[in-house]
Design a protein around this ligand. Structure first.
Ligand code: ZN
Length: 649
């Protein structure tokens, strides 16, 4: 999902003032260094953070066949799910998700979000209508609770590989505004959350039945999905997966252009601007797609798409957009898609799918496997479009590849994605600093009283806080951990290892924390506690600086005290009488001694001034108590720098 517009608040930013106050009163003397014990390791999840020797997850393969009726503005058809129970448990019932029920009158989501808000249903009355629901051919009665549906199985489903086939017919009216995750605009349709999907059954919570309220995203099983869309003949359909019947739906010229695009690093027009204006044909056409190793599929259709494509490393990178709506800002949409896929493949993990598609439409920014919906860019600014294409395709890594539970932990997808977006932005726009937006947005929301621990479920956040807590604060925490605690090389290795270990799997927060600790060889309980489990802010104060004689040598003694329960490695820049400066560093373990610590180091002259944080990117909340005497200046925030290439398989 795209980050919301920055919250506009007329409150002074504490880090810009010299009178900032730290919003935390009590300071606990000794707990901050204690390790955190995560849920106990098991045969399913190892203490090292790896999937355990008996790790399992369910599998859901789908066969969908639907018709898009652009007169009734409705999708109707059938779904057949082959569900594989790989768990060690016998299942007597299963849960499915009916996301379209968010648009049923009286739904939980419609009661929680105001009608006109981003997630509001805007008075639309919709919802899934089901019929002929069967399991292995036997009729069953659905038990529907808001957006969740339980099916009681006619026969228990045995553990370790047994399969059941769930089938039904369904239809729903397509909302114009689908909570900014789907919708339509005149003849353009962006279709997602469009079929009954299996809820995840895992070793942590059993069935994950958190309802879809609009703000929290998704948690889905992996499988292969075959789907066909029957649409008016003049429509072009773009979707997740690979088109299976190009010979039936594309002209010979278009097919020839696609072949060329598949090996070209330049954009090739598959449907030119002139061709996109062609008058619609009568009748219908059926488009067939297949997507493998995916947790979802989505698609879009319009009668007047321009279609551009290029490729990188054998991956087809595509953009579909209506010329008049996009005002030139999408002309390089396929190149932007290619840029993104290439960048994250080189820096983090190889892109796992054969194609990547970006579609321009009314949805501000939303991600699906191989397929993203991005705003029209009707302000004519291609950089805005790039920012959203880059963010949405970044989600192909988190959560499409690394399938975390988005509905409970926004930081594990939006946060990780915002973190990697910083590198992409610095690469595309030299001089950009990943810290800037992360620090500023977080400060604004804290100042407005919306702060929350990162572990807060997105549905429990005030909507104005989602951007800061779900996106910027976790990105800031990861940048801080990388650049000031572990070092770039170690953190990059650990983060890539997490991605490799949990590709196509379901990691929990503990699996991430354990992986980072095991790869880096550090106990980071103090760091997770501060950022993930509390709203305390880092606020260290430099309270005293003294010179001492050590025989013929001199040393400088620094008294530093923490104003909150947040600890951090201490970095100090001292200034000598002759104007020269020296940077000193002390590990976080210094805080094992208490709230106020005395740190000393050899001094090469008389110290006349000192300051905490030679690098201004350390997120210390209160700058006013960081300096002593004739304090030296801090460096400007340094760029985060590109991690060394070395994506891991
Ligand atoms: Zn997002």
């Amino acid at each position: 999902m795209r980050l919301a517009e920055p919250v506009t608040l007329t409150i002074a930013l504490p880090h810009d003032s010299t009178e900032g106050e730290t919003p935390s009163a009590s300071v606990v003397p000794l707990i901050p260094l204690n390790r955190i014990d995560w849920p106990a390791p098991s045969v399913y999840r190892s203490a090292s953070g790896e999937p355990g020797p008996a790790y399992w997850q369910q599998r859901a393969d789908y066969r969908l066949s639907v018709t898009l009726d652009t007169t009734a503005k409705r999708v109707s058809g059938t779904v057949r799910i082959r569900y594989t129970n790989n768990s060690p448990d016998t299942l007597r019932f299963v849960w499915l998700q009916l996301d379209q029920n968010l648009y049923r009158t009286g739904s939980k989501g419609s009661a929680l979000f105001s009608q006109e808000s981003r997630w509001g249903v805007r008075g639309f009355a919709g919802g899934d209508e089901l019929s002929a629901v069967t399991v292995d051919g036997e009729s069953v009665t659905p038990h529907v609770d808001d957006t969740m549906m339980r099916l009681d199985l006619p026969h228990p489903l045995p553990p370790r590989g047994a399969q059941a086939t769930i089938a039904m017919a369904y239809r729903f009216n397509v909302p114009e505004h689908g909570s900014d995750r789907m919708g339509r605009d005149k003849t353009l349709y962006e279709v997602a959350q469009w079929y009954p999907r299996m809820a995840v059954y895992d070793d942590v919570r059993g069935w994950n039945t958190d309802p879809y309220l609009g703000q929290g995203e998704f948690y889905l099983e992996y499988g292969d999905i075959d789907y066909d869309i029957t649409a008016p003949a003049g429509y072009t359909i773009a979707g997740s997966g690979v088109l299976q019947n190009a010979d039936e739906v594309l002209s010979a010229t278009q097919r020839e252009r696609l072949v060329r695009a598949a090996t070209s690093s330049d954009q090739v027009a598959i449907i030119t601007r002139a061709e996109a204006q062609a008058t619609p044909a009568a009748g219908t056409k059926t488009w067939r797609f297949r997507a493998e190793h995916v947790r979802d599929v989505a698609w879009a259709g319009a009668p007047d798409f321009r279609w551009e494509a290029t490729s990188w490393n054998g991956i087809l990178c595509q953009a579909y957009f209506q010329h008049d709506r996009t005002k030139g800002s999408w002309d390089k949409g396929a190149e932007m898609t290619r840029w993104t896929i290439r960048t994250y493949s080189e820096l983090f993990f190889p892109y796992p799918y054969p194609q990547a598609t970006s579609v321009a439409g009314p949805v501000g920014g939303m991600e699906y496997p191989m397929f993203v919906m991005v705003e029209y860019g009707s302000n004519g600014d291609p950089n805005t479009v790039f920012g959203t294409i880059d963010h949405e395709h970044g989600h192909e890594w988190y959560p499409m590849l690394v399938g975390s539970n988005e509905r409970r932990y926004a930081w594990q997808d939006e946060g990780f994605n915002t973190y990697i977006n910083g590198f992409s932005n610095e690469r595309r726009y030299p001089g950009t600093n990943a810290y800037d937006s992360a620090l500023d947005d977080w400060h604004r929301v804290v100042a407005a009283g919306f702060d929350a621990p990162l572990m807060t479920a997105p549905d429990q956040l005030d909507p104005p806080a989602l951007g800061a807590i779900g996106y910027d604060k976790p990105a800031l925490a990861l940048l801080t951990l990388r650049n000031h605690v572990l070092g770039a090389e170690t953190f990059d290795l650990a983060f890539r290892e997490y991605t490799r270990r949990w590709a196509f799997k379901h990691p929990t927060p503990g699996d991430f924390f354990r992986t980072i600790e095991n790869v880096s060889g550090r106990d980071l309980g103090w760091f997770w506690r501060s950022w993930w489990y509390s709203t305390d802010k880092l606020d260290l104060a430099l309270t005293k600086v003294e010179m001492r004689a050590m025989g013929a040598e001199r040393e400088v003694m620094l008294e530093v005290s923490r104003q909150t329960d947040v600890i951090f490695p201490v970095e100090v820049r001292v200034k000598y009488e002759d104007g020269s400066v020296e940077d000193l560093a002390f590990p976080a373990e210094a805080w094992g001694r208490g709230v106020t610590v005395h740190l000393s180091a050899p001094a090469r002259g008389r110290v006349v001034g000192a300051r905490l944080w030679p690098d201004a990117s350390v997120p210390d909340w209160n700058a006013a108590n960081d300096v002593w005497g004739d304090a030296p200046n801090a460096d400007a925030r340094l760029p985060v720098t590109i991690p060394k290439s070395g994506a891991r398989r």
